[in-house]
Design a binder for this molecule. Structure first.
Ligand SMILES: [Zn+2]
Length: 305
């Protein structure tokens, strides 16, 4: 197996940003920013991103990115819902896959995760699973607040032992999508601490961790995007979690927000042009700025070596 980036993050008390992409432009912006910050980076695709890009195109995008990228980069499947999807992502060339059966009964989650782990490890690929359930909306994923639940630290230990999974996504109060909190933001660091005591050698993963920058939300509202009331995870929470055993922090919503701020602002100021490269470059520029800021928060700057 190739070097597992999350192990170094665990050992040295930082987290690696995992950013979703659905287009070549976003991927290139993520990579350019990571190179500038000399940071390891994770680029991830959801099932719907794989179908949007197309399997053959994605395979070659990954190949080209790997060849050109000057910092350690890992390609990851985000929220694979079945063994078949995980297998597809492994065939495409992902270094790690997430199998998310957290909404199934516990024993089913264990069985399917175990099956994916056995197959993935035979191909030199790492596996992330989820225990507990994270609320919110993301792509085809929908979990009502009332159906979400925190990860049980005791169960986490048993789950890892029985599945041999490499990393674990935990539920401690984050939420998918742009609308995370109606009131005050809250994360259960006490549960995180108990989990890391139970499974000290397992890198933990935070989903639904977008910051949903207030300035960007205000700008999008000005530009006519319906994003009223959007609210994300405070930066201080993410700084603290990164120093603990959270080794991978996902952010899909933040990438979408930044990309659209760049594109729409450029269209507003440059609406006479049909050269779409100007709009896309402005979007890429905003994504690169976002990634650089996240790298600073997560503490992975200059950790590429
Ligand atoms: Zn997620």
């Amino acid at each position: 197996m190739e070097k597992y980036l999350l192990k170094d993050a665990l050992k040295n008390g930082y987290a690696i940003g995992a950013f979703n992409f659905s287009t070549l432009e976003v991927l290139k912006a993520i990579i350019a920013s990571a190179e500038k910050q000399n940071s390891p980076i994770i680029a991830q695709v959801s099932e719907s991103a794989i179908s949007f890009i197309g399997e053959e195109y994605l395979k070659d995008m990954i190949k080209a990115a790997r060849k050109n990228c000057k910092v350690p980069i890992s390609f990851h499947l985000d929220h694979g819902k079945s063994f078949e999807t995980a297998k597809k992502a492994i065939d495409i060339g992902c270094d790690s896959v997430m199998i998310d059966c957290s909404m199934l009964p516990y024993e089913d989650n264990i069985n399917i995760t175990k099956k994916v782990v056995d197959y993935a490890h035979s191909k030199g690929v790492y596996v992330e699973a989820e225990l507990g359930s994270i609320a919110g909306n993301e792509d085809d994923l929908k979990v009502e607040d009332k159906n979400s639940c925190y990860t049980s630290p005791i169960q986490a230990k048993e789950f890892v032992e029985r599945t041999n999974v490499d990393s674990l996504a935990i539920a401690i109060g984050t939420k998918h999508g742009a609308y995370k909190y109606s009131g005050e933001a809250k994360l259960r660091f006490d549960i995180l601490e108990e989990i890391q005591n139970q499974i000290p050698d397992i890198p933990l993963v935070l989903h639904g961790a977008s910051g949903v920058n207030e300035v960007d939300v205000a700008r999008l509202l000005e530009l006519g995007v319906d994003i009223q009331g959007a609210k994300g995870i405070p930066e201080d929470f993410l700084r603290k979690a990164s120093k603990m055993h959270i080794c991978k922090i996902n952010g899909d919503t933040d990438v979408r927000i930044s990309y659209m701020v760049g594109i729409l602002s450029n269209i507003e100021s440059n609406n006479k042009s049909i050269d779409y490269r100007g709009y896309l470059a402005a979007g890429m520029n905003e994504v690169a700025k976002l990634v650089a800021h996240k790298i600073e928060i997560y503490g992975s700057k200059d950790k590429a070596n």
